[in-house]
Design a protein around this ligand. Structure first.
Ligand code: ZN
Length: 122
């Protein structure tokens, strides 16, 4: 599941470094850019999977990246939510397929989707 080839290497690296600036929701250690994997790009919406070097937690990160503007990062879980979800099974290919299918019809309304979840701006 490689990143789309038309996206420049520089842009992908920039996005990875951006995601790496978000601390792990569980242990608060910062992620390594090399641990960020671009799963899907749907227009301005990028979905990345990141694995924490320190505690091994995997998470999905949604980012809205528009040309010429500061990216908006939407992390799907708060620490409190993690406490509830950390016992659930690991993210697998079926989950990523679900996300892919979901995004085909997604209208970009992250506020509605996440019900006012934490939104980080850089
Ligand atoms: Zn961690």
């Amino acid at each position: 599941m490689a990143a789309r080839s038309h996206e420049s290497y520089e842009k992908r690296e920039l996005v990875k470094h951006l995601i790496a600036s978000i601390p792990c929701a569980v242990c608060q250690h910062y992620h390594e850019p090399d641990n960020v994997r671009i799963v899907e790009r749907h227009g301005e919406i990028w979905i990345m999977a990141v694995k924490c070097d320190h505690c091994g937690t995997q998470s999905l990160v949604f980012a809205v990246i528009q040309e010429g503007e500061k990216p908006e990062i939407v992390h799907e879980l708060t620490s409190q939510e993690w406490a509830r979800f950390r016992e659930m099974p690991r993210i697998d290919a079926d989950d990523l397929l679900d996300v892919h299918e979901f995004l085909r019809d997604f209208d970009g309304d992250f506020v509605g989707l996440f019900g006012g979840s934490r939104v980080l701006e850089f």
